[in-house]
Design a protein around this ligand. Structure first.
Ligand code: BG6
Length: 490
């Protein structure tokens, strides 16, 4: 990453510092930023949580986390730089003494580390402590320099709760100080979607209903719920992945060209897409829940047998839907989307399937092998873009076969891709919200989810309805087959 300007000095305060996210993603991301010299000249990291522990223990745990999870090799000099101003503050959220302790620690780091009263607060806290944390930060607001808040998901549970969170945040902060994170937007390949569409002249003219037959978006995971039943049971696939990551991928695929890459311009275009989506009917949505099976050679239990999951749980671990974006560009072009856990393998892709060539003169010879063109954006793994085209098989006659023109990140750039959290934390340090979701986007996303969930009250799907390691429920195949199409194999 190359920087046009360096972030201003500030303190980075992580609420929920003893959680998994801090260990696995946030501190390793900060380490990688330090490794590339991208952090401010003066900064300090404050971990805040309710667990009692000393700063020394916290720092030691974070050091271990960096060794285990950072994408860069461990270097003592980088670690020294990162950990120099690192400390831990134990606080009961919403408790007066705890607030004072955070305030005192911040004053100390300002004095000792030159952090200039600027604050980046990272809220990685469970929903029940969210109000207390925001209020605590808000009350101190006028005594500080600039303040920015990164807010982790889940951002609410439905439209009403998301609106309430937005109201709470706006009571204390301006919209340009609030950074609602969707880590998919920090992924290089997701941003490459914008480069592909808007930095090339050849795609936009065909990026519409006249040339595109349909779009398929897949967010498949091999993982189960990884011990997160408390979070997952009330959420399910629709709130965990569909409401945010999947709808963001769809919005980026379908949006009009923004006039520039500022937060306002990009987000305005995405909101228009989200607003033009209507509620799919019950036949256009499929829910699934995994049963036992084998994933990557290992035997795994069913969802209902996972720790903390109710034995008759009706939570979905899979969702597929046929969605429409009702505007001039996309009218009548289906977007088939699916997301699920414990599928055969991990794969996130956006496949743009073009219409058949109108009159291939080789039809008689090519048989089934002449397939329509597909532009496949491989978000992960094997990051890259691939265009399927028909080509002549060498030799006599005119046999056509589908071949692939591939661009692979690894091959072209010979550099490791940064983790999404590196990019997003850096953008927030720089005050750039283009890759964060706005209030309107979040609310539109919830509107769609609420309307789908509303229809599930009468849903009688029998769970489990797909085996772990399989491609998903049969009903999802039926959903797309009814339109004489099929899912890309994954
Ligand atoms: C998170 C979800 O937001 O995204 C998880 O809560 C999911 O359930 C994860 O596993 C997927 O992220 P990634 O970056 O591994 O594709």
């Amino acid at each position: 990453m190359q920087l046009a300007r360096r972030p201003e000095s500030c303190a980075i305060v992580i609420f929920g510092a003893t959680g998994d996210l801090t260990r696995r993603k946030l501190i390793p991301a900060l380490y990688s930023l330090a490794y590339r010299n991208l952090l401010p000249h003066h900064f300090a990291i404050l971990g805040v949580a309710h667990t009692a522990q000393t700063s020394a223990t916290f720092v030691a745990t974070m050091k271990k986390a960096v060794k285990q999870h950072a994408r860069d090799p461990f270097r003592q000099d980088v670690w020294d730089l990162l950990s120099e101003g690192m400390r831990y503050v134990e606080t009961e959220f919403g408790n007066e003494d705890g607030n004072d302790r955070v305030a005192e620690a911040l004053e100390e780091v300002d004095a000792e580390h030159g952090t200039a009263g600027n604050r980046l607060y990272y809220l990685a806290v469970p929903p029940k402590t969210f109000t207390d944390s925001v209020t605590e930060i808000g009350e101190r607001r006028h005594r500080e320099g600039w303040v920015r808040l990164i807010v982790e998901k889940p951002f609410g549970h439905d439209l009403a709760s998301a609106c309430a969170l937005n109201d709470l945040l706006h009571h204390w902060f301006r919209e340009d100080e609030i950074f609602r994170i969707d880590h998919y937007l920090g992924k290089e390949t997701v941003q490459n979607m914008l480069a592909l569409r808007f930095a090339n002249g050849i795609f936009e003219p065909v990026w519409n209903r006249q040339f595109i037959d349909h779009v398929q978006i897949t967010v498949a995971e091999a993982m189960g719920i990884e011990g997160r039943a408390g979070f997952y049971e009330p959420a399910g696939a629709i709130r965990d992945v569909f409401q945010n990551h999947l709808l963001q991928l769809l919005a980026l695929t379908a949006m009009e060209p923004p006039i520039d890459f500022t937060a306002d311009a990009v987000r305005t275009e995405k909101v228009k897409v989200l607003k033009s989506m209507h509620t799919p009917g019950p036949k256009s949505v499929v829910r699934g829940q995994y049963g036992a099976g084998f994933v990557e050679g290992l035997e795994v239990p069913s969802y209902r047998e996972e720790d903390g999951v109710s034995p008759d749980s009706l939570t979905e671990t899979y969702i597929a839907a046929k969605l429409y974006v009702d505007n001039w560009r996309w009218a009548d072009t289906p977007f088939y989307v699916r997301a699920g856990k414990r599928l055969g393998r991990r794969e996130t892709t956006i496949a743009i399937q073009f219409k058949q060539a109108p009159h291939p003169p080789f039809e008689a010879i090519a048989g089934d092998d002449l397939r329509p063109n597909v532009l496949l954006i491989q978000v992960q793994p094997d990051e890259g873009v691939s265009l399927a085209i028909g080509a002549k098989v060498p030799g006599a006659g005119m046999t056509i076969r589908t071949v692939h023109m591939d661009f692979l990140y690894g091959g072209s750039f010979r550099t490791q891709l940064p983790e999404a959290y590196e990019r997003l934390i850096l953008d927030c340090l720089l005050g750039d919200a283009a890759l964060f979701t706005s209030e309107d986007e979040v609310e539109e996303q919830w509107k769609l989810v609420d309307s789908i969930v509303g229809g599930w009250a009468r849903d009688r799907t029998n769970f489990p309805n797909y085996a772990s390691g399989s491609p998903g429920p049969k009903a999802a195949d039926d959903l797309i087959r009814r339109d004489a199409r099929s899912w890309r194999r994954h």
